[in-house]
Design a protein around this ligand. Structure first.
Ligand SMILES: *Cc1c(COP(=O)(O)O)cnc(C)c1O
Length: 362
């Protein structure tokens, strides 16, 4: 893919950038540039470019605004102690976008083109990748958001004949700022996130749109996050609004809900490999809400954690539902923390990358 570059003449000053990177928060500051490539049936992908970051001008009839034909990805660029910059398994994100886009009837962007686009943006905006050697900045990174949407101005319901793929980037702070606190969960019995044949396995904005009201319900009950059950029987645990789940048993076994209607997290998949190497047996299977309740009550389940790119791994505490609750699992020795540390150490270049997961960008 040939990429043209127009350098921003309004890039933020080094002083302002230092201020932003000292306290980046999440998703509020964006880098100086953005990547765009467009697709039409006749020309295929064309006009790949890096330009100054800025608003898009969209026709009010742009299809994505009406029918939500859209997919996205979430990944990070990490600065290593020697100053080099790396991403974590970017081909997996690229391959997942191919699968998501297939489900949304969007065109395929080939894996190497996806990786090249992300790399090109990070290279141009490399000063935005936080230094991680300074005191207290251990887990800062540059969050990367590739996304694809129906950009054709047409109100008919059919796959768009003009599609745009973009990459934007936003510096992200350490996830656990005020120390680790287990997330409390609300079990929604009214809403589901995905049915058989639906788009639960696709990373598409619609899944998030449909999770918001359930998340509101969770907040209304004083919980941090919502847990969804399967749509068919309302019996099996699927995942949180944006994180996959793991259940750890006293005998060392780990269970994670099987794929199909869940979003197949790259963190989830990496933990299957890592935990296997650590000597844990990992079962991918249906996991019922009764197993959760009974396992915690009997002491068989000693840890529960959730995982995803943003938090990496976060412990799960109390589960509440309409009329009851089950407490934080007890008896674990912080397996979640060991797994988290190993992943983070590989990502930030502090441990050997024995799985070959890291991809050098700069
Ligand atoms: C992105 C996402 C995850 C986590 O995937 P990672 O690749 O590990 O970041 C889990 N669930 C949902 C619904 C997601 O959108």
């Amino acid at each position: 893919m040939e990429i043209s570059t127009t350098t921003s003449s309004a890039a933020v000053s080094d002083e302002r950038l230092a201020e932003i990177l000292a306290n980046p928060g999440f998703g509020t500051h964006f880098t100086d540039h953005m990547f765009t490539v467009e697709w039409t049936p006749d020309a295929g992908w064309h006009d790949a470019r890096i330009e100054p970051y800025g608003p898009l001008t969209l026709d009010p009839a742009t299809a994505v605004l009406h029918y939500a034909q859209e997919t996205f990805e979430g990944m990070k660029a990490y600065r290593h102690p020697d100053g080099s910059i790396w991403s974590f398994r970017p081909e997996e994100n690229a391959a997942r976008m191919v699968r998501s886009s297939h489900r949304l009837a969007l065109p395929v962007l080939d894996v190497p083109d996806f990786v090249q686009a992300v790399d090109a943006l990070v290279q141009v905006d490399q000063r935005w990748v936080p230094d991680t050697t300074a005191e207290g900045s251990g887990e800062k990174s540059l969050y990367l958001r590739p996304f694809m949407f129906a950009s054709e101005a047409f109100l008919g319901v059919r796959p768009a004949q003009h599609v745009t793929f973009m990459v934007i980037a936003s510096p992200a702070g350490s996830y656990f700022k005020g120390g680790v606190k287990p997330v409390s969960l609300w079990l929604t019995e009214e809403y589901t996130r995905a049915g058989r044949g639906g788009m639960g396995a696709a990373k598409t904005g619609g899944n998030y749109a449909s999770s918001l009201v359930a998340q509101q319900e969770a907040s209304g009950h004083g919980c941090d996050q919502v847990v969804f059950l399967d749509a068919q029987e309302g019996k099996y645990v699927e995942e949180l609004g944006g994180m996959n789940m793991y259940f750890v048993y006293a005998d060392g076994r780990m269970v994670t809900p099987e794929t199909g209607t869940i979003l197949e997290g790259i963190t989830r998949a990496s933990i299957i490999e890592l935990a296997g190497k650590m000597g844990h047996q990992v079962e991918e299977r249906k996991f019922s809400i009764d197993e959760w309740r009974e396992g915690v009550a009997s002491g068989d389940i000693i840890e529960i954690f959730a995982c995803g790119t943003a938090a990496v791994v976060t412990p799960v505490g109390e589960l509440k539902w309409d009329g009851g609750s089950v407490g934080t699992p007890e008896g674990g020795e912080g397996l979640w923390q060991k797994i988290r540390q190993q992943l983070v150490d590989v990502q930030f270049g502090r441990a050997e990358d024995t799985f070959g997961w890291m991809h050098r960008i700069v």
